[in-house]
Design a protein around this ligand. Sequence first.
Ligand code: ZN
Length: 256
Amino acid sequence: METTAIRVTVWGENVHERSHEEVRKVYPDGMHSVIAAGVRERLGDAVTVRTATLDQPEHGLTEDVLASTDVLTWWGHMAHEKVDDAIVARVHQRVLQGMGLIVLHSGHYAKIFRTLMGTTCSLRWREANDREVIWTVSPAHPIAEGLPPAFIIPQEEMYGEFFDVPQPDELVFISSFTGGEVFRTGCCYRRGWGRIFYFRPGHESYPTYYQQEVRQVIANSIRWAHNPTQSRQKPYSADNAPTGWYEAPGGAAGQK
Ligand code: ZN
């Protein structure tokens, strides 16, 4: 048992999987189970993985769970508005304190992602069995490790520009689709001590989260988003700074 394992919580809305037969066929135990299995498969002993879902008390994201989560992944779609604002605020605070957040597919409209971005996060979309090509545009980035210059997802929903998010701090992947549209598919952000990665693929009616390259990207992003610097796990704050504070004995070392 590795004590330094990254503690991952895979959050799933788990509504489509119970209400839509065609989704249940692809993800009989819920999308979160398959996403979690992919993380375990790719990262092995480097992680401990648990899942949480909307219908659990506090959506499975209690203070204790979040306090012991290094990286949270988020998939939601039809029930974004059912996520309690108090839980969103709690997740937001944890991101500022250093928890990594991986936002997947339709999670672009999740309250937590819109809160962190400060924009509408709207985009163009079409559900029409497009073929998606994912292009690596930052091959030296840790999230691109082991990924080819391009890979294909045979069937996906189309997401197209304009995607109303702030310019990403780092852009790792873009997508193109059968219809000709393009999209910024792998976007990195920093908020407070936290790192955020948005990754586009993962429409509920397609088996995207079984695909090896997709699993590799998610696993890489978890490693990238992990902030092991425990001493930094409190939010920034505004501190009064008397003249010379940084020259006092032990001064700068004791300050943020
Ligand atoms: Zn979708």
